[in-house]
Design a binder for this molecule. Sequence first.
Ligand code: ATP
Ligand code: ATP
Ligand code: MG
Ligand code: MG
Ligand code: MG
Ligand code: MG
Length: 278
Amino acid sequence: MANSKFEYVKQFEQPDNLLPNTWIVVRIDGRGFTKFANKYAFEKPNDKRALELMNAAARAVMGEVQDITVAYGVSDEYSFVFHKTCSLFERRASKLVSTIVSTFTAYYVHYWSTYFTDTPLSAPLPSFDGRAVCYPTVQNLRDYMSWRQVDCHINNLYNTTHWALIQLGGMDGTEAEMTLKGTYAADKNEILFSKFSINYNNEPEMYKKGSVVFRDYELVEPGTHNTSIDADHLAEPVQQSKTQTENDRKRRAKARIVVEHLDIIKDDFWNRRPWLLS
Ligand code: ATP
Ligand code: ATP
Ligand code: MG
Ligand code: MG
Ligand code: MG
Ligand code: MG
């Protein structure tokens, strides 16, 4: 196969390795999900099944791609964070993005019937687009995550109020839109509470905060010893870092992948899970 006269075409391939030592975020987003949501009669403003399906697909992606440290999902989108030291596919953007998009899409379709038990999928099938962005500092990465979660909050407060005006207030879409035009968060909270006795704070956490997916290690208390150190690790100091890396890799592979609905804007989430960004 090598050295044929056709092989020169390989030179047309452009390198797309992402900047070293930066946090890579691959964000995927459902294509035309406004239409897709209508077709499958997603409950408005939040279809629980659809969100849980997104979460199941994201969890499966993390199970297959060990290099992802944390993921965050809202609506029809998911952001997957690769550690800044990641060397998967030599950090080639097209390889990383296409692998995440196709793995996610495959699981989304695979798990569909688990969450939409009585509505089989039919063409046009769900598909997702994807992009990769590099963030040089932990602060930039955390600001990115905060940006997505703030977006989740703003959209959810708007949508919750919008759909309450329609479903409970009998308005049509245009009337609801007009009612909310120029309102602040406090106004929407007030509309929900005074008109519909809905306390926004009591809405489900998954809707208000989105979903964060991560590997759940048992936190090691400071000062305790790691009893799983093996003999060759102790006997062979030169091998130490290699063995440690291998141990870390095994621990990572074994760790449970959890989906939670937590505040990722404040420090607390990250401080309690130092392995995510260290
Ligand atoms: P594009 O292809 O440009 O992304 P889109 O129609 O998917 O177009 P988005 O901005 O991604 O546009 O919006 C996602 C749409 O899917 C919104 O209309 C949102 O209401 C709907 N949607 C996604 N998830 C859910 C859900 N769990 N419940 C109800 N609606 C949802
Ligand atoms: P990578 O993830 O790097 O692409 P790979 O294992 O997929 O790794 P490829 O170079 O893409 O490596 O090779 C595809 C492999 O799949 C080959 O081993 C090939 O023999 C096998 N394969 C693909 N299609 C068929 C097929 N129709 N019948 C038999 N084997 C197949
Ligand atoms: Mg899009
Ligand atoms: Mg979309
Ligand atoms: Mg979207
Ligand atoms: Mg292959």
